[in-house]
Write a protein that binds this ligand. Structure first.
Ligand code: FAD
Length: 451
């Protein structure tokens, strides 16, 4: 196959693979997508249960580029903030943004994937389901797939790895060029449970929020689904003192844990014991690579390049940003090796920044959202946003409602956190804040962010 052909082969037809297929076909590329699983539009989405994801501005922007935003949002549930359920005390909503113009959306992974696959196919992408990449021969540009009992070969110009955290393409590249791969496990796992609709068919708790039950070193969260259920995720350590997955092994153990620590959630999950016994404990890890591409022959993106822990709700959003960045690089740089290198240079520092922020956000969600000092800092953050619009932008807003590079958001968040901690030190209300000194520090340390 000649190097001049505008042809690319994507491994993985999940979230990033399907979106990238749209963005490339829109730009005149001839695209093949190889997906290990069957067609979810025929056999239903493998994974069965309704697993959902938080979609924020970065992901939404990418969906707009692909013309998929309207269809995706039709099936989404808006979430305007965190609904925090303390063990003692009244549950309450903490808004994410200033008003309902700053919200995120809960979407079903399966429904999103199907919308993207439909659009990709309508643009002419060739979708090959039940095709699992087994190996790639980069010397003769041939990829080998398992298709039921048969081995299928495919001559490629370049392979794009959107095959997720356990990427086979990554392993194949590493055989011919070391990638400097390191995976850091979090030591915590997760288990998914479900809150069904009420007998009247309604949501059983506030639908327009992401619910959190913070409990120190462990927590539950719940995101709404458009069929009026919630997917609940219990995060806790795999090993160690109670509670950990090593100690809470059976549905009956989980029932006892929920009775003690999540009593208001327990009454909402009638199938708790069954779900707990039936569902596996998921693994959480951060994947770091020194390199994301093999010359002009292969490149990795999304989870295949930089899987992260899910606590900022940004893994998919970041993967979608990758897709837009790669499609733009390929449009402006005809030579593939150069385009892949430029893509890696642009995205790698940003992926590493959101990986770090995702790890930090676990501590915030499970331990701080009901902490008085944290809440006072959050109050001050909002006050400073009003006093210094476009200059002091809360951390969560920079990551979630804006598209500034993640690395910039991280650097500014660190500076801002120092100011917040210092200004509220020893205070229980904002009455004692030294506003002139704080305003001066904001002006000195933070440049305007918006034009
Ligand atoms: P994947 O979605 O994993 O897709 C990879 C695809 O490749 C799959 O379809 C797979 O079948 C296919 N494949 C694998 N191997 C092969 C092979 N050998 N040959 C062919 N095909 C193959 N992100 C958010 O933005 N918001 C959230 O709220 C959020 N919540 C999360 C909650 C949890 C519990 C977890 C674990 C993750 C969460 N994420 C969230 C992260 C998000 O799920 C991932 O970042 C996202 O799915 C990455 O997309 P991807 O296309 O790179 O990989």
């Amino acid at each position: 196959m000649g190097n001049e052909t505008k042809q690319l082969s994507i491994i993985g037809g999940g979230l990033a693979g399907a979106l990238l297929a749209i963005l490339l076909t829109q730009r005149g590329w001839s695209v093949d997508v190889f997906e290990r699983r069957g067609d979810p539009r025929i056999g239903g989405y493998a994974g069965g249960r309704s697993i959902n994801l938080a979609l924020a501005e970065r992901g939404l922007h990418a969906l707009r580029q692909a013309g998929a935003d309207v269809d995706v949002l039709k099936q989404a549930v808006m979430m305007r903030g965190r609904f925090v359920h303390p063990l003692h005390g009244t549950p309450s909503l903490q808004r994410y943004g200033r008003d309902d113009s700053e919200v995120i959306y809960s979407i079903s992974r399966g429904e999103l994937n199907i919308v993207l696959l439909d659009i990709a196919e309508s643009h002419g992408a060739r979708l090959h389901f039940d095709h699992a990449l087994e190996r790639a021969d980069f010397a003769d540009h041939t990829a080998y797939f398992r298709h039921h009992d048969a081995e299928i070969t495919h001559a490629f110009r370049a392979l794009i790895g959107a095959d997720g955290a356990g990427s086979t393409l990554r392993a194949q590249i590493a055989k011919v060029q070391p990638l400097g791969e390191r995976s850091e496990g979090l030591g915590h796992g997760y288990k998914e449970l479900e809150i069904p609709p009420s007998l009247a068919g309604d949501f059983r708790i506030e639908p327009n929020a992401l619910h959190i039950w913070p409990r120190g070193h462990y927590m539950c969260i719940a995101l709404p689904n458009d069929e009026r259920t919630f997917t609940v995720t219990l995060f806790m350590p795999r090993e160690g003192s109670y509670p950990s997955f090593a100690q809470v092994q059976t549905g009956a153990d989980a029932q006892a844990l929920f009775a003690r620590d999540f009593p208001d959630a327990l009454v909402l999950i009638p199938q708790l014991q069954h779900d707990y016994d039936a569902n596996p404990v998921g693994t959480l890890a951060t994947l770091y690579l020194d390199r994301w591409h093999l010359g002009g022959q292969a490149v990795l993106l999304g989870d295949a390049a930089h899987a992260m822990v899910p606590f900022h709700g940004q893994g998919m959003n970041c993967a979608f940003e990758d897709c837009v960045a790669l499609a733009e690089q390929l449009a402006s740089t005809p030579e593939l090796a150069q385009a892949f290198a430029a893509f890696e240079e642009q995205r790698k520092p940003n992926a590493e920044a959101i990986q770090q922020m995702a790890l930090e956000n676990y501590i915030e969600m499970r331990d701080k959202v009901d902490d008085a000092a944290f809440l006072l800092q959050r109050q001050l953050e909002l006050a400073l946003q009003e006093r210094h619009p476009g200059r002091f932008v809360p951390h969560y807003s920079m990551v979630t409602f804006m598209r500034i590079p993640y690395a910039v958001a991280l650097q500014r968040s660190d500076l801002q956190r120092e100011l917040l901690v210092e200004a509220t030190h020893g205070l229980t209300t904002l009455d004692g804040v030294d506003w002139p000194a704080l305003d001066a520090a904001v002006l000195a340390k933070l440049s305007p962010l918006l034009p």
